[in-house]
Design a protein around this ligand. Structure first.
Ligand SMILES: [Zn+2]
Length: 205
């Protein structure tokens, strides 16, 4: 795992994280050895706008679901290599930076995941987005839920408390372990986002 060679004060390179096999047109993660792909950042803005246009309030939920699936499968892969959740989350934030998502930092109960705050500075998901009255990084929030649920083995309620698209200095997502979700048979990842949106709406009114 080459990314383990990261040292404080030494600026990491893309090749610490990814390996291109140009002959077969494939890029591999140095951490998980899984194949990855590069997607233009602007695609997410276009996709989100398109989904909102076609599906209205269900559009952001679709972005959330895509993020949720990515986060949970990615956490799955990572857990085959790293078992300590504190180390795992730290490694994930390194990888988020290397993937161009922004500078992620996670504070809170990293050991058991009861309450976590993930801050994304220079977040790629709402870059170049028009100012908005609602948080815009549904894909990121879904990813964080996917990771938190998988790594800590329990459902989390997640919501984007602050978003750069709302004029905040960074995007901030809260994840709280939510036992009620276990009890409810019809609970889905998107339910969590709906709750999150209600909360933000209440907080802002
Ligand atoms: Zn945001």
């Amino acid at each position: 795992m080459r990314a383990e060679k990261l040292r404080p004060g030494v600026s990491p390179k893309l090749t610490d994280f990814y390996r291109l096999d140009y002959r077969i047109g494939a890029v591999f993660s140095e951490v998980t050895e899984e194949r990855v792909q590069v997607i233009p950042a602007g695609t997410w803005n276009v996709l989100r706008a398109r989904l909102v246009l076609d599906f209205e309030e269900r559009g952001p939920l679709a972005m959330f679901e895509i993020g949720f699936t990515l986060g949970s499968s990615f956490a799955n892969e990572m857990m085959q290599h790293i078992s300590d959740p504190v180390v795992l989350v730290r490694r994930l934030t390194d990888m988020a930076a290397a993937a161009g998502w922004g500078i992620l930092s996670v504070v809170g109960d990293l050991q058991y995941g009861s309450q976590l705050t993930a801050t994304a500075a220079n977040c790629v998901f709402c870059e170049n987005q028009e100012m908005s009255t609602s948080p815009q990084c549904d894909f990121l929030v879904g990813t964080i839920k996917g990771i938190a649920d998988r790594v800590y083995g329990a459902p989390h309620e997640v919501w984007e408390e602050r978003c750069a698209a709302m004029g905040d200095s960074a995007c901030q997502t809260i994840a709280e372990e939510s036992p009620e979700e276990l009890m409810s048979p019809d609970s889905t990842a998107s339910r969590s986002l709906v709750n999150a949106r209600l909360r933000v709406a209440v907080a802002k009114s």
